[in-house]
Structures are given as structure tokens and as C-alpha cells.
Write a protein of this length. Structure first.
Length: 216
């Protein structure tokens, strides 16, 4: 890895954007639509994983095939959109981004056509050399393939990348391209799960950037 300034890839939901409460509410709207139970934020952080269909199946106690997941995913996103204006950035997001000396980009598993204007609304577009979201109509898959495409478009080698995100899936994606990850405890995953992953873990985004700058 280029010890001077590796390229930093940020996750969006649950990392730069503090939207855990909204995600839990939208998840519960999806579960309620099929008579399922509600989950608390703490339960969600312990159980959430990708592919999201597997998480839904575990909570609902029944198989969730592609068609069923498509219906649940639509209900989730309709509820999510309705509440999005209530979400703020993580309290130190701006400071953390400003503290990174190299290039930065944003990769989200949220829909690209909605992500780009939202990032602009929060005044962040100037920080990123590239912003990529999901270009499919149904979400829920793992991030690795999206990260590979993102870096290919940037012309950045995976070994020269640090990813800051809030899930083990973010770390798995970074490893899949030969990169590194710093995991943030303020998002969608229980901190104990993150620490058990063996990756560096930070409680604030500023600390995450500090850790990312000191990775060997």
C-alpha cells in the first residue's frame, strides 16, 4: 500500500449518514407487512447481515425467496424515503472527511439515482472523486462486487484502498480487493460483532480516519 496517501472509500448509510433509527423503522414496516415481529435497534445491530434476504428469513422464521424479498425491499425503501429528511450526518462526518489527506470516494448499497442528489443536498459532493450507489432495482446483496467496479472506474488498485464502514460486509468487501478496512461502531452493527472481526474498530469517524492514516 502507498504509505503516503492511500485512497479512502467511505460507506454512506450508517457511517457518514446517521440513519439507524430510520432503517430500523423501515425494516419493521417490511416485517409488519407479512405479519412478522418488530426488531429493536439493538436486535437489528446484532442480527443484520447481507444478503439481507437471509436476515429477513431469520427474523421472519420462513424462507424469503427472490420474489418475496423484492416485495419486502420495496416496502422498506418506500418507508425509508418518507423519513429521509429527518436524518442528519454523523456528528463528526465533516471533520473526519476534512482530516483525510488523500483522495476520497463514496460507495453505497443504496440506489444510485437517489444517492447522488442526497449527497449533494448535504453539501458533500466536493469531497469525493466519485460517488457510486446501487444501479439495480432491488438491493440487499454483498458489497464486494460493487467495490470492485467502483475501484475499476476510479483506476485505483485495491491494495491502495482503505474502506471506512459500519458492517462486517464492508470489511469483507475491502479484503476481497486486497484493501484494508476500519469499522465504525456508530452504525448498523453491534460493536461486539465488529471487534470480533479482527479489523480496527473506531467509535467516531474522526478516530476511524486517524486509524486509517496509521495503517501499515
Amino acid at each position: 500500500m502507498n504509505a503516503a496517501h492511500p485512497h479512502l472509500v467511505w460507506d454512506w448509510n450508517g457511517t457518514l449518514l446517521n440513519d439507524l433509527s430510520l432503517v430500523v423503522a423501515a425494516t419493521n414496516a417490511a416485517f409488519a407487512s407479512v405479519g412478522g415481529p418488530s426488531v429493536t435497534a439493538d436486535e437489528h445491530r446484532v442480527r443484520f447481515r447481507r444478503p439481507i434476504a437471509d436476515y429477513y428469513a431469520e427474523v421472519l422464521g420462513q424462507a424469503v425467496d427472490e420474489e418475496a424479498f423484492g416485495r419486502l425491499d420495496k416496502i422498506f425503501h418506500d418507508a425509508y424515503r418518507t423519513g429521509l429528511t429527518t436524518c442528519a450526518l454523523a456528528h463528526d462526518a465533516q471533520v473526519a472527511m476534512a482530516a483525510w489527506p488523500g483522495s476520497q470516494s463514496l460507495l453505497s448499497m443504496w440506489f444510485h439515482d437517489e444517492l447522488v442528489p442526497t449527497v449533494h443536498t448535504y453539501g458533500l459532493s466536493g469531497h469525493f472523486v466519485r460517488v457510486d450507489g446501487l444501479r439495480a432495482t432491488v438491493g440487499g446483496d454483498r458489497k464486494a462486487e460493487s467495490l470492485q467496479r467502483h475501484l475499476a472506474e476510479l483506476g485505483v488498485d485495491g491494495s491502495d484502498v482503505v474502506l471506512i464502514g459500519d458492517s462486517v460486509d464492508d470489511a469483507d468487501a475491502a479484503l476481497s480487493v486486497g484493501g484494508r478496512a476500519v469499522l465504525y461502531t456508530g452504525g448498523f452493527t453491534d460493536p461486539g460483532r465488529l471487534r470480533a472481526s479482527g479489523h480496527p474498530v473506531a467509535d467516531t469517524l474522526t478516530e476511524a480516519v486517524t486509524l486509517a492514516r496509521t495503517l501499515p
